[in-house]
Design a protein around this ligand. Structure first.
Ligand code: GDP
Length: 329
């Protein structure tokens, strides 16, 4: 079937029928820069909405080299053995700047990527982080509609990517390297606030002791951080290579989920995420409508100049631009 004949119905049907090619097509349409493609994807998604929401959505982040792909491959294969279907999505802000991606490369997870019950999608490369987040959120829903019941969203700790991922998952797991001292100093405090689970990876061979020390240090660091929900973040060690600790880790993810369901926090968390997603789309399109308005182009240039030269204060200039934009609507 050619692309010209694609309708939302055929796409939705293909996704529901778990046709991998249809899922990939639907995701490609959400990534497209053409608004007709994105509209087609939106209509498809709207039809699939009742089929979404059932998966365990887990975010996984960590610096390059911490072992994310080794970890996801090991965890993913063990989940598939338990009967799950696993989708892996990536958010990699570095790929926009360099054109090369640290994440989502299929060759990183060789065994998982050829497994029939796994679906791996690399990071979208175009656009700003907000655009990447939109695509990943929509992809996540499409994967749910295609029957994936565990969705792993992977990110590397660049910029705001951790916040973006934590905004779309139920449970946020941060992988750390052993070697407490230096490591702990480099870590962004914000990440500790977001983490539901901190796992020190590479706890094998000679590094077991270092990993235990790092775990204790993170535990101390977490104890002085105010958490918003009822869940107290858990620290642990694991080895993606030997598989040690992976079972306990997954059990913790399940415990976390159970607790969130029992307290009503899961429903609340997802509701809030959806509303924030809506507002971030509004922010983005309102801003685009202002910045891309051809009639305002000259005024924008002139106002920027006035602000540079301190002829107008930035707040005053902002007021003028917004008023001019509203009047031009
Ligand atoms: P990523 O950049 O976070 O995806 O990290 P990779 O999964 O590519 O791993 C980086 C390196 O660390 C590779 O050489 C892995 O073999 C190694 N590695 C990953 N996990 C472990 C682990 O649990 N133990 C040990 N010893 N090495 C690991």
């Amino acid at each position: 079937m050619g692309r010209a004949t694609l309708t939302p119905e055929t796409l939705a049907y293909g996704v529901m029928a778990r046709e991998r090619a249809m899922l990939s097509r639907a995701i490609t349409l959400t990534e497209s820069t053409l608004s007709t493609h994105r509209e087609l994807a939106q209509t498809t998604l709207q039809q699939l909405l009742p089929r979404t929401g059932k998966a365990m959505r887990v975010g996984i982040s960590g610096v390059p080299g911490v072992g994310k792909s080794t970890f996801i491959e090991a965890l993913g294969l063990s989940l598939i053995e338990k009967g799950h279907r696993v989708a892996v999505l990536a958010i990699d802000p570095s790929s926009q700047r360099t054109g090369g991606s640290i994440l989502g490369d299929k060759t990183r997870m060789a065994a998982l990527s050829i497994n029939d019950n796994a679906y791996i999608r690399p990071s979208p490369t175009s656009g700003h982080l907000g655009g990447v987040a939109r695509v990943t959120r929509e992809s996540l829903l499409l994967c749910e509609a295609a029957g994936y019941d565990v969705i792993l969203v992977e990110t590397v700790g660049v910029g705001q990517s951790e916040t973006v991922v934590s905004e779309m998952v139920d449970c946020y797991l941060v992988l750390m390297l052993p070697g407490a001292g230096d490591e702990l100093q480099g870590i962004k405090k914000g990440v500790l606030e977001l983490a539901d689970i901190i796992a020190v990876n590479k706890a094998d061979g000679d590094t077991v002791k270092d990993a235990e020390q790092a775990k204790a240090a993170y535990q101390r660091a977490l104890s002085i951080i105010q958490q918003s929900g009822s869940w107290k973040p858990v620290t642990m060690t694991c080895s993606a290579v030997t598989g040690d600790g992976l079972e306990t880790l997954w059990q913790t993810v399940r415990d976390h989920r159970r607790q969130l369901i029992d307290t009503g926090e899961l429903v609340e968390r997802r509701e809030q995420q959806r509303v924030r997603w809506m507002w971030s789309m509004v922010d983005h399109s309102v801003l685009a409508s202002l910045r891309n308005n051809a009639d305002l182009h000259a005024l924008i240039k002139q106002t920027e100049l006035s602000v540079r030269q301190q002829k107008t204060t930035p707040p005053q200039a902002a007021n003028e631009l917004v008023s001019a934009w509203a009047a031009a609507l």
